[in-house]
Design a protein around this ligand. Structure first.
Ligand SMILES: Cc1cc2nc3c(=O)[nH]c(=O)nc-3n(C[C@H](O)[C@H](O)[C@H](O)COP(=O)(O)OP(=O)(O)OC[C@H]3O[C@@H](n4cnc5c(N)ncnc54)[C@H](O)[C@@H]3O)c2cc1C
Length: 312
């Protein structure tokens, strides 16, 4: 069993920011990450709203955050998934696919995952034409025909990104208007190789070894038709990675997001949550960073100054 002051679960913007502040405060800190450090920021083709960087690729920003955090002396445990938590009592234990860790405080910064549409063939063709990340898989579809499913910011961003790579992009949305920032709507509408199909649902993703058509249905007329495409990018929102926390007694809202207060505290003393996994309303790199910082400084107060626990 490895012992630390603080265990941070998830090495995205929230976890890495928490790590920087924790290590600089002198806390012996470990970050456990099931993939490689960087988190979802790396999925953003371009980030243009993170102060200090007018334009930066998400991958570069994630890399810079990770390098900064490593420099502070935080211990990184990558490619290790947290599978169980015991958060009651003074010492919290965290079990992973590789080891067991113990600490006085824990920050949960596990982010969210892409939602599925639940269409027939979606699971079967995942990784064989069905993707949830434009920037990760878009280059594989250079000069090909792709479909994007969704109507929010992620769908618009993915459509814009793919329009620069693919021959044609068909954007399919089940409503008749976007739910995204106006600037994206204008950009999408001016792209010559983007076709938008409103009021339409995906009934089935079909193919042989890889995707070759999508069966769609107009929800007003009931009419169905098949669209030939090589790739389908599902962009219908996210759901929090909170099940393990929930199983250990952490309170969540009705959508599974971890409930936190202004100090990023959860319902269990010494356990904090930050970033996209929380029920805080804005899900951005900047807000994840801020919440990670608050969580780390609150954890510091909790660990180093026991009287602090009674103050709030
Ligand atoms: C396509 C796209 C474009 C975006 N563009 C922008 C933008 O331009 N500007 C902006 O501000 N925001 C943007 N965002 C949102 C932004 O990326 C997120 O709000 C932010 O990255 C959330 O950070 P986080 O640390 O909370 O979560 P994440 O970055 O998701 O990090 C969570 C980490 O926890 C890990 N994890 C999960 N479960 C476990 C487990 N059981 N064990 C161990 N590790 C685990 C995950 O692997 C992940 O690395 C974009 C998002 C997407 C998808």
């Amino acid at each position: 069993m490895e012992t630390y002051d603080l265990i941070i679960i998830g090495a995205g913007a929230a976890g890495l920011s928490a790590g920087i502040y924790a290590a600089r405060s002198g806390l012996k800190t470990v970050i456990i990450e099931e993939k490689l450090a960087g988190g979802t920021t790396a999925d953003a083709p371009t980030v243009e709203n993170y102060p200090g960087f007018a334009t930066i690729s998400g991958a570069e920003l994630a890399e810079k955050m990770t390098a900064h955090c490593r420099k502070t002396g935080v211990v990184f445990r990558e490619l290790e998934t947290v599978t169980a938590l015991n958060l009651q009592g003074e010492k919290k234990t965290v079990k992973t696919t590789h080891a067991e860790y113990e600490a006085t405080a824990v920050v949960i910064a596990t982010g969210s995952h892409y939602r599925e549409i639940g269409a027939k063939g979606e699971k079967e063709f995942r990784g064989k034409g069905v993707s949830y990340c434009g920037v990760c898989d878009g280059p594989l579809f250079k000069g090909k025909n792709v479909m994007v499913v969704g109507g929010g910011n992620s769908a618009a961003i993915t459509t814009l990104y793919l329009s620069g790579l693919a021959a044609n992009v068909t954007l399919v949305h089940r409503r008749e208007a976007f739910r995204c920032e106006e600037a994206y709507v204008k950009d999408v509408q001016t792209k010559q190789n983007v076709q938008i199909i409103w009021n339409t649902e995906i009934k089935e993703i079909k193919g042989d070894k890889v995707v070759n058509t999508v069966l769609i249905q107009d929800s007003k007329t009931g009419e169905t038709r098949e669209i030939p495409v090589n790739g389908v990018f599902v962009q219908v929102g996210e759901a929090p990675n909170s099940q393990t926390a929930k199983d250990s007694g952490i309170e969540t809202d009705e959508h599974g997001y971890i409930k936190t207060d202004l100090y990023q505290r959860t319902n269990i003393p010494g356990v904090y949550a930050a970033g996209d996994v929380t029920n805080q309303p804005v899900k951005q790199v900047g807000t994840a960073v801020g919440q990670g910082i608050t969580a780390a400084l609150e954890a510091y107060g909790y660990i180093r100054r026991p009287y602090y626990r009674q103050q709030r």
